[in-house]
Design a protein around this ligand. Sequence first.
Ligand code: C5P
Length: 396
Amino acid sequence: MPENKTIVLGITGSIAAYKAADIASKLTQEGAKVEVVMTPSATKFITPLTLRNITGRPVVSDMWDLSDEFSVEHVALAEAASVVVIAPATANIIAKLAAGIADDMLTCVVLATKAPVILAPAMNDNMFQNPITQDNLKKLKVRGFTIVSPAYGRLVSGKVGVGRLAEIEEILCVIKKVLGRNGDLKGRRIVVTAGGTREPIDPVRHIGNRSSGKMGYALAEAARDRGAEVTLISAPTLLPEPKGMEVIQVETTLQMKEAVDKVLSGVDALIMAAAVADYKPAQIWGEKIKKHSPTLTLKLERTPDILAELRGKLLKVGFAAESQDVLKNARIKLEEKRLDLMVANDVTQPGSGFDSDTNKVSLIFKDGRVEELPLLSKREVAEKILDKVASLLEVK
Ligand code: C5P
């Protein structure tokens, strides 16, 4: 999470400079201290005042203007930075950095910092493809810079090509990944399942459940931001696909089981947040069932229990959504499925369970310990679960 981190956001003179305001705004909303440094040409595209209002921080654009009470020194910024992001980065700043030139505030900060540097290039497609730019980017990559490749699409010239600033969500995700590089799940491989599986009845109908996928997605994103390599196996949800991880979309319980089995080798922990259908129609109709008869009987059969059938030494975390005897039922499932940790939630509680943005859960450990958590956002619940996963992995 960028919370409480100092992020230096460098903005250079590209038409995409206005998009930097969105990056600054989202990072500020997530609790980061955003220090904006603009090149003089960037100020022709977007005003420092805009960035100053968004971040609530002074904006530096002129290295020699020390008149302001907020005058900032490049070395202080370079030292305070947890990460430096240049978005958009023009061919010019890329060339200057590759050559080690420090002739403005932004290049001085980059040269003086020990923090990781992320560049999100945005420029005309010919400029981007020019071997000089490509060589410069290669050089910077070798030096440890992270490059967020520009996207394909409409350019300001009216042409279509590669050169558009990458999607803001992608840039934000790279920032979070870089910030979490040394997190407590660094180097861990974690598989998270999410959403509710669907079992087809006929070509248009299915048996499903009310899972929104929010808890599983929050877990996958939180694990990514703590340095883990994440695979998210998702049953259908309405959520946007998260960036910075492998995402495998599935529909049925059987497909989810196959996906889990396929990715499992070398995995440290499996967190099964998915609401998996326990039964599926014994027969799938090839054509849409017509409503001719007053009643219709569906015969259902059990689906495989993904967690219970798993072998291997990996850490297993399950979820138990219950409507009665929550702790008792969750404990029975923990034992039956031989889990290390069970997250139990009472779906009848207001603000808890399916589709809400909050959740109230109890954590049940293998040794019988129970920890009750207050009502929290799903992201906060995810962080608490991952605190336990990180320490259980330490001793495993
Ligand atoms: O459905 P149940 O309450 O038994 O789910 C408990 C845990 O087991 C959940 O973590 C769920 O993802 C997992 N599960 C599974 N395979 C099933 C059913 C549930 O892995 N067929």
